[in-house]
Design a protein around this ligand. Sequence first.
Ligand code: ADP
Ligand code: ADP
Ligand code: MG
Length: 642
Amino acid sequence: MFSKILIANRGEIACRVIDSCRRMGVATVAVYSDADRGARHVAMADQAVHLGGPAPSDSYLRGDAIIEAAKKTGAQAIHPGYGFLSENPDFVDAVEAAGLVFIGPSAKAIRAMGLKDAAKALMEDAGVPVVPGYHGANQDPAYLADQASRIGYPVLIKAVAGGGGKGMRRVDDPKDFADALASAQSEAKNAFGNEAVLIEKYVLQPRHIEVQVFGDGHRAVYLFERDCSLQRRHQKVIEEAPAPGMTDEIRKVMGAAAVRAAEAIGYKGAGTIEFIVDGANGLRADGFWFMEMNTRLQVEHPVTEAITGVDLVEWQLRVASGEPLPARQEDLHINGHAFEARLYAEDVPAGFLPATGRLSHLKFPDGARIETGVRQGDTISPWYDPMIAKVVTHGPTRAIALRGLEAALVDTEVAGSVTNLDFLIALTRHEGFRKGEVDTGLIGRDLDSLISSSEAESATRALAVIGLAGLANPEARGGATLWQPLRRAIAWDGGEAVLEVLGPGAARVTLDGGTHDIRWQGDRWWVDDALRRNRIVTHDTGVSVFGGRTVHLTPLDPLARDISAAGGDALTRSPMPGLVKSVHVEAGQQVKIGDRLAVLEAMKMEHSLTAARDGVVAEVLAKAGDQVEAGAPLIRLEEEEA
Ligand code: ADP
Ligand code: ADP
Ligand code: MG
């Protein structure tokens, strides 16, 4: 076994790898950018080496600097985590040329799976079922259109170099094919520098089921499947293992296909074979097709660990250090069911826009496995994936594990940034999901109700008003009514309410044109005579109410109000560093609240920036193609009459 390794990553996955290293007695070296000087992964590691500026290209993508850091600190191996350099075969070559061990597959195996068309051809030869379609070299538009018709609509155009759901277009009608092809090609060219595409049959009612494999370079075993069908814009939101409705027979057939795929490329280490599955008539042994292989540890690997009892990072280190596969296929068994939810700093009602902020309050629940790279007081910066944590639960049955996930999310507390927490809670309560009826279209179909059922109602805001009035603090509460005025106005940034103290443990709050009677006893709250599972938390940026539907109120800051009056909602700024893809308005144009002003490409996704109010565009300060910093002014509306 190695005595010291370097982790070429940040955030939760760097912390996750360090956890296993500690248990195994392996010393760790972290690397960090300027933005991550005080980050959790740096604090956890035995040593840390500074790489450079906050942009990934100046830090976590600097293979040469990372190899130098490993040599200088005496690390014998490099763990790449996921993302960044994890699937870069040139980095693997450089690591090995420096006499170090790359904890992962060979450069050759990564190259074999790097392009989707070549990977599909390889898998076909290995006898792994692939999605019917065309993955040849001819890129002539007329030829591709002809292939699409042969395959039969609907079809999916995919960038061969694609990833993260980019360069993908579903086409339902032959007359839309040419346009969809052109836009997929241009997106692919932009994102991957490679405009080649393949055409696939679009699987109706698709489910994403992937198989975890593990190889030693010759032989491989499978650690069963994960269902990742809960996706939004082809990105995973909640994952589970095993897959609902999976039978032993189909599991064996899929597992064997995944092992064939891994052995065909001499795979070493942890990898995932992603299959698309036709869920229209239940799972079938002939109804799954290879999509791609991810040649790294996957974000959602903890659900597999939960049901198998295997520490996949420990296995990675053992196999990379030359040990044989730690288990035979017949030693591996499924125990119970597990879920993982990805908790992100993002603005759900604004279209899942990535958010940033200092986490002024952060509390995770007991009874769940939490993978996180942040602590209370840390900042979600605009530079990296805005993930706050992965919340993982395990139980003897699917129903119990899912109830555990719901409870864990309800007990999670994050303030200082908006999050997708309430959206995740609404998902755990979705009827179809509860029944295990999942497909990749579920979130999209029910998006409106998932968002609105996670929107806080006035009753929750009334509780926050109690917090703002200082009545939620247990010490203050007893005598508070003695010296608090009986009736007063409480204002916060964005609203106000009238509070009447009715007696010890009772108050009435009028807001949004309605009235709520609140009673309390210790930490128990009743709103309009209904007991609520809410917690009221005061922290240094305001008051938050947690417990299903989150509300944050920020006390009124007269200074801040002046600033917002001086153009807060008149100016649309870039919420993060990114590329302006398109601008949809011009000076003098009348816009309505919610109208799309511009599209920003950042963090793997395109984001629509919308008008914060009705108004007239005064100035357009950016144009398509501009690279902008976080906070850069993009569109200014004319000032409103006071
Ligand atoms: P996985 O397939 O392991 O579940 P995803 O499909 O979510 O991972 O993401 C694919 C890759 O993109 C991963 O390597 C991950 O690190 C990276 N990634 C995910 N989200 C972001 C993001 N917001 N910004 C940059 N990279 C990301
Ligand atoms: P990426 O490299 O961007 O992850 P994938 O090929 O893995 O690309 O596809 C991403 C997602 O797109 C899948 O998880 C699935 O939801 C959807 N998808 C891919 N191929 C098909 C298909 N042939 N039919 C229907 N949906 C598909
Ligand atoms: Mg994929």
